[in-house]
Design a protein around this ligand. Structure first.
Ligand code: NAD
Length: 474
């Protein structure tokens, strides 16, 4: 009998309604940006998807001026119940156009359609719905109800639509207007969000979307906005914090991470294996809160790593549009090079590399799921954010040692704990210096639950009532 295999189940790329060119959205209109157009590429094939107009300084100035006028004349004075109507409308259309947005996101980012369809797009629409519900109830939020003014937001490429929704939804619900700069490698879904907002009748200037590279982000940050909301690398976050020091402008920073995922010997190991896989291989490991440092109690490390490898072997790496694909393409060549370099540093420092024997596509940007064991806390693969499908396994003997090793990082965004004992989970969670701690699960997100970091993972929260406080003056 021939080997049983998966039948291909490709989603049609035609659903993305891809256009040959896209343009910046300023003051309610798509305009020719003054910057050099960029070409956005499908990382699974390295083929150009579309040409995208970018903003120059003049466009940034016009967008910020339009946002200011819209804030002063329309959006700021508008009652919350009215603002909510627009946000509910946008949320509904995002949900209605979910299939198109999922395919577009998979094409532009390289993530599997299974994830854009089941995670990114539904969560984006949930964030919009959730915040629409707050717009007329802000006085009960505990954070006041006065808006800040104009928000400048800069976002990364790993969850393009979701990160846009995380900024746009609370900013608008709280009565602010916004100038949003999507990442240079993934601008498309933010521009479709702008189109949805325009179709929903959102007044001109309330939302502006300016594609471009870091210089456009820096121009937005340096413009006379009232608040900067940044998600991205710690390095750029530091520069932004320096540039805003001494100004009256508010700032929230959602930066990198190197999360510990702690497995005690009494944990349900098969369940833990599923959580570990989700923690590090979800979205090719391009996740700020990825469980990239696995801490395993010594008594079970061999058994756990064996079961983990058995499970990881089954992950299918390949065409992001195939519904059977578990791990898609790496978003850019620069990111792939970084993953390759950091994995080589793991070899050089003496960690033991295991690579899934899965077949990789012949073209496109791919990296196989990789597990390093025998990792010491001083190694680069234990300290630096790899932002790829690479897991580092460390061990511990006692709960105190687990906590000490978990907290031995400059970051502090998230962590995970796996144990059968509720008291042990709580004891551990109380001692972990991380903004989010998951117990017997990983990578759970909910708009009602705040998300954010400590230390070099940044400050400020997104989601929940704490997330509203970041967009309100009290
Ligand atoms: P990045 O910092 O290079 O880029 C992020 C965004 O900032 C992009 O839009 C980029 O164009 C822009 N930018 C670059 N230089 C700038 C400058 N000088 N001034 C203003 N804007 C500038 O990060 P990246 O490689 O796109 O994203 C990956 C990083 O984002 C990872 O470190 C990841 O952990 C982090 N991240 C954090 C969260 C979170 O919520 N904490 C979520 C997603 C990603």
């Amino acid at each position: 009998m021939s080997e049983w295999t998966y039948a291909p189940a490709p989603e049609s790329s035609a659903l993305a309604n891809l256009r040959p060119s896209y343009r910046p959205f300023v003051d309610g209109e798509f305009v020719d940006g003054g910057g050099e157009p960029l070409k956005t590429v499908n990382p699974a094939t390295e083929e150009v998807l579309a040409e995208v107009g970018t903003a120059d300084r003049g466009d940034v100035e016009r967008a910020v001026a339009a946002a200011r006028r819209a804030y002063d004349e329309v959006w700021g004075p508008m009652p919350g119940a009215q603002r909510a109507k627009y946000l509910f409308r946008i949320a509904r259309v995002v949900a209605e156009r979910a299939r198109e947005l999922s395919v577009l996101e998979a094409l532009d980012n390289g993530k599997p359609i299974r994830e854009s369809r089941d995670v990114d797009v539904p969560l984006a629409s949930q964030h919009l719905f959730h915040h629409a519900g707050w717009a007329d109830k802000l006085e009960y939020s505990g954070a006041g109800s006065r808006s800040l003014g104009v928000v400048g937001a800069v976002i990364p490429w790993n969850f393009p639509l979701l990160m846009a929704a995380w900024k746009v939804a609370p900013a608008l619900a709280c009565g602010n207007t916004i100038v949003l700069k999507p990442a240079e490698t993934t601008p498309l879904t933010a521009l479709v969000l702008a189109e949805i907002a325009a179709d929903a009748g959102l007044p001109p200037g309330v939302l502006n979307v300016l594609p471009g590279a870091g210089d456009v982000g820096a121009a937005v940050v340096g413009s006379p906005v009232d608040k900067v909301a940044f998600t991205g690398s710690t390095e750029v976050g530091r520069q932004i914090q320096r540039s805003l020091a001494g100004t009256r402008r508010r700032l929230t920073l959602e930066l990198g991470g190197k999360a510990a995922n702690i497995v005690y010997a009494d944990a349900a190991l098969d369940q833990a294996v599923e959580g570990i896989v989700d923690g590090i291989f979800f979205n090719q490991g391009h996740v700020c809160c990825a469980g990239s440092r696995l801490l395993v109690q010594e008594a079970v490390v061999e058994e756990l790593v064996e079961r983990l490898q058995e499970r990881v072997r089954t992950l299918r790496v390949g065409d992001p549009l195939d519904k059977n694909t578990d791990v898609g393409a790496i978003n850019s060549r620069a990111q792939l090079d970084r993953i390759v370099d950091l994995a080589a540093a793991g070899d050089a420092e003496g960690a033991v590399r295991w690579t899934s024997p899965c077949p990789l596509p012949e073209r496109g940007l791919f990296f196989p799921p990789t597990v390093f064991s025998g990792v010491e806390p001083t190694m680069r693969v234990a300290r630096e954010e790899i932002f790829g499908p690479v897991l580092s396994v460390l061990t511990f003997r006692t709960p105190d040692e687990a906590v000490a090793k978990a907290n031995d990082t400059a970051y502090g965004l998230s962590a995970g704990v796996w144990t059968e004992k509720g008291a042990k989970a709580l004891w551990t969670a109380q001692r972990l210096r991380a903004g989010v701690v998951w117990a017997n699960t990983f990578n759970r997100f909910d708009p009602a639950s705040p998300f954010g970091g400590f230390g070099e993972s940044g400050f400020g929260r997104e989601g929940g009532r704490a997330g509203l406080a970041a967009y309100l003056a009290g």
